[in-house]
Design a protein around this ligand. Structure first.
Ligand code: C2E
Ligand code: MG
Ligand code: MG
Length: 561
């Protein structure tokens, strides 16, 4: 064997050793190092190690460089103990100065990258406040260090109407506004902290327009409520945003430790629930978490869980409420209304579960069940020779399903029910929001005989142009419009004007929740076509409804005779 061949073989062996060592190093790093950045460093170190051995293989080391190599290897292994700071060992600097400089600059770069990654991962780039992760870990530390007797407070701040600003003025202005909000929050929190000896409060941006503040030590709940009120006041002042004056507000939820939870997670949940309450009662205020909110929240979670199984368990049932014509005095049709036969609570009204179903999206499955059930019921009535028209409610989430209209048509075709026997009710806000494509589908259904109604008219924001252009047959007045027509002249003026408006666009008027004969008489005089309400009948189960309409028809027949 020549000397050249021997050198090639030994170089090959050294390269293999380098590869194998690098493999072992990376494997150890992946298996044993927990932090992501430790893994990056270990992988880099493995690379350096590999380079180093290849370098030494190429240079044919003498014993001095072998010592330098051993020193460098020790230095690299020190990374495992977190040493990213020590310079290359002196032996390396002496024998392999270029390599020493390369190793030092590599470590410097790694340190800079890690610091950068931490900064990016821990702070919100828009407001420079700590982000959710950072907040969580800092607050966790503070609460775990807190003495048992100390009370702490968590504030959840959610902006009111921020989305409107973002949508109308654009995201860049939205970001500007968030920076201004963060600054106002800083001012309130700093003013609160100044002069106290305790630990500094933590202020963070969680996401979107949500901020949070954790006070590790408070003197009293009253003090925290005072801070919450100051924040509400600070955010309610108009913001000057490139020549626009912008009005927003803040809804704040407050939770206190240990009463409402002893972990940051529990406190954040409680403060979030309280914030939702503050928002649901109009926003621009704070709400303190309490036992009632906790039990309401638990109910919501229980309802959500039970609702997911209710369709499969066949727990829903429809009830029917007649609609009477004020012109002919006859039954003009009926509305199908949903009831939930809850295994524990008995018959539950829609108000106790429809909002949860809407929020979770379960309403789409429930709505499909309603469509099929209305089709089956009408199919039965049609075969028995009773051709009453049935209205039913459609949730906006249902029409978002791309196959909604095709399924609906199929369902009624399968039950042999002419489309002229059904009426779809959309709430006013849903009707105003539907897309042009959905409007086309609604128009096509109407062309095939389906009646289209707007429900609860007078509660939402109505676009009068949409009212004119929408394919529409009937408009149902919201009960709040009817409630005072007997006692209030103003209420009568409003209802009369609304009836004229609806008739002006060529639609029929239906009044809902009519409870007295006097209300029905006033509505008839005002030109209302149809009424639905307890004055005539409550919603009934199917067999009761069929019996009731039979009696009503007999009565009509007798009165005609
Ligand atoms: P809605 O569609 O406006 O239904 C009319 C509501 O007024 C019904 O309440 C009915 O029982 C009630 N009502 C009728 N007459 C009177 C009266 O004289 N006085 C009073 N105070 N109330 C009266 P219900 O059945 O509790 O339904 C409430 C709401 O739940 C419905 O309002 C509708 O928005 C929703 N809903 C009901 N069934 C369904 C459904 O199948 N799908 C969807 N998406 N929503 C439904
Ligand atoms: Mg309705
Ligand atoms: Mg209604």
């Amino acid at each position: 064997m020549t000397a050249g061949t021997a050198q090639k073989i030994s170089n090959a062996i050294l390269s293999c050793a380098a590869g194998f060592a690098s493999f072992l190093f990376s494997l150890t790093a992946l298996l044993y190092l927990t932090e992501f950045d430790q893994k990056i460093v270990a992988a880099l170190a493995a690379g350096v190690f590999c380079l180093l051995i290849s370098y030494v293989a190429a240079e044919r080391p003498n014993s001095e460089s072998a010592r330098a190599l051993a020193a460098l290897s020790d230095r690299l292994l020190a990374v495992e103990d977190g040493d990213l700071v020590s310079p290359a060992p002196p032996a390396v600097k002496r024998n392999m100065p270029k390599l020493a400089a390369a190793v030092d600059s590599l470590f410097a770069e790694v340190r800079a990258s890690i610091e950068n990654a931490h900064a990016l991962g821990m702070y919100d780039p828009v407001t420079s406040l700590p982000n959710r992760l950072h907040f969580r870990s800092e607050a966790d530390k503070l609460i775990s260090e807190a003495v048992d007797t100390v009370q702490s407070a968590m504030l959840f701040v959610d902006l009111d109407r921020f989305k409107m600003v973002n949508d109308s003025l654009g995201h860049a202005r939205g970001d500007q506004l968030l920076i201004m909000v963060a600054n106002r929050l800083r001012v309130v929190v700093n003013a609160e902290f100044a002069g106290t000896a305790g630990t500094r409060p933590l202020l963070a941006r969680l996401a979107g327009d949500e901020f949070t503040i954790f006070f590790p030590q408070i003197d009293s709940v009253r003090d925290v409520e005072r801070v919450a009120r100051r924040i509400v006041l600070a955010i309610s002042e108009p913001f000057e945003l490139s020549s626009h004056s912008v009005d927003i507000g803040a809804s704040i939820g407050v939770a206190i430790s240990p009463d409402h939870g002893t972990s940051i997670e529990a406190l954040m949940r409680a403060a979030d629930i309280a914030m939702y309450r503050a928002k649901s009662v109009g926003g621009g205020q704070h709400c303190l978490f309490d036992a009632e909110l906790a039990s309401e929240h638990q109910d919501k979670i229980d309802t959500e869980k039970a609702l997911t199984e209710a369709v499969q368990r066949d727990e829903f049932v429809l009830v029917f409420q007649p609609q009477m014509s004020l012109v002919t005095g006859e039954v003009a049709g009926a509305e199908a209304l949903l009831r939930w036969n809850h295994p524990r609570d008995g018959l539950r009204l829609p108000a106790t579960f429809i909002p949860v179903a809407e929020r979770t999206g379960l309403i789409a499955d429930i709505g499909e069940w309603v469509v099929d059930e209305v089709a089956a019921t009408l199919g039965g009535w049609h075969r028995d020779g009773f051709d009453g028209r049935l209205a039913f409610n459609i949730s906006p989430r249902q029409v978002e399903r791309p196959d909604f209209f095709a399924r609906l048509r199929q369902s009624f075709a399968d039950s042999g029910v002419p489309l002229s026997l059904i009426e779809l009710e959309f709430t006013e806000s849903a009707a105003m929001e539907v897309s042009p494509a959905v409007l086309d589908e609604i128009a096509a259904l109407r062309a095939d005989g389906v009646r289209i109604a707007i429900d609860d008219f007078g509660t939402g924001y109505s676009n009068l142009a949409r009212l004119r252009s929408m394919p529409l047959d009937r408009v149902k007045l919201d009960p709040s419009l009817i409630a005072e027509i007997e006692s209030s002249e103003k209420a009568r003026v409003i209802v009369q004007a609304v009836i004229q408006l609806i008739k002006g666009v060529g639609c029929e008027v239906v009044a809902e929740a009519v409870e007295t004969v006097a209300q029905a008489d006033i509505l008839r005089a005002m030109g209302c076509d149809t009424v639905q309400g307890y004055v005539f009948a409550h919603p009934m189960f199917e067999h009761e409804f069929v019996e009731w309409t039979g009696q009503a028809r007999d009565k009509d027949a007798k009165s005609v005779a």
